[in-house]
Ligand binder design. Structure first.
Ligand SMILES: CC(C)(COP(=O)(O)OP(=O)(O)OC[C@H]1O[C@@H](n2cnc3c(N)ncnc32)[C@H](O)[C@@H]1OP(=O)(O)O)[C@@H](O)C(=O)NCCC(=O)NCCS
Length: 149
């Protein structure tokens, strides 16, 4: 079941994200960040367990960002990641965003939804505020992709 996240999903969301972060596939998220941004999150719940999560964050102007996309290892390739991305894209449209971007190591997955590669420098400065706290800064290999809604 796809739904908006609730406060008591936070521990499972963190565990899911940080499992992939340990493998260098995504950035780790602190509990503090998750509490502050829980209203951005969508989750996919199966038998009371969180099988996937994804967040839509409003960035600046008419630009939104899809972040924290993760689907549990044993639950991948069943369409859960796609459902989560589609929910975020619909929400972005409802909120009045005109463009959505993602910074990712999985560009091919995002291209399936019409995202196209863009230069990092084309994104607003605010986007990089979060990067300063990243252990990988400034040698980031993430690819920036943008979709116009
Ligand atoms: C990337 C990820 C979210 C995809 O979730 P998923 O539930 O497996 O995706 P879906 O089942 O909805 O896949 C939809 C399609 O994308 C394809 N796909 C899935 N992962 C892909 C990838 N990494 N690269 C290219 N295509 C991919 C699937 O084969 C499927 O193709 P089809 O429609 O032709 O059958 C998941 O693999 C994951 O959590 N990876 C680890 C964390 C991560 O890298 N997150 C992204 C950080 S931005």
């Amino acid at each position: 079941m796809l739904r908006k996240a609730k406060i008591n999903d936070i521990n499972q969301i963190q565990e899911l994200i940080n499992t992939f972060a340990k493998k260098d596939l995504m950035l780790p998220r602190s509990l503090n960040e998750l509490y502050e941004n829980i209203r951005d999150f969508w989750v996919y719940e199966e038998n009371k367990n969180i099988a996937g999560c994804c967040a839509l964050s409003i960035s600046w102007g008419d630009l939104a960002e899809i972040k924290c996309l993760a689907v549990k290892k044993g639950k991948q390739k069943k369409g859960i990641g796609s459902e989560l991305v589609r929910a975020c894209l619909c929400e972005a449209k409802e909120l009045g965003a005109a463009k959505v971007f993602a910074l990712t190591y999985q560009p091919e997955f995002f291209k399936k939804f019409g995202f196209r590669k863009v230069s990092h420098t084309g994104l607003p400065h605010k986007v990089w505020a979060e990067c300063i706290n990243c252990p990988k800064f400034p040698n980031c290999q993430e690819i920036a992709l943008l979709k116009k809604l």
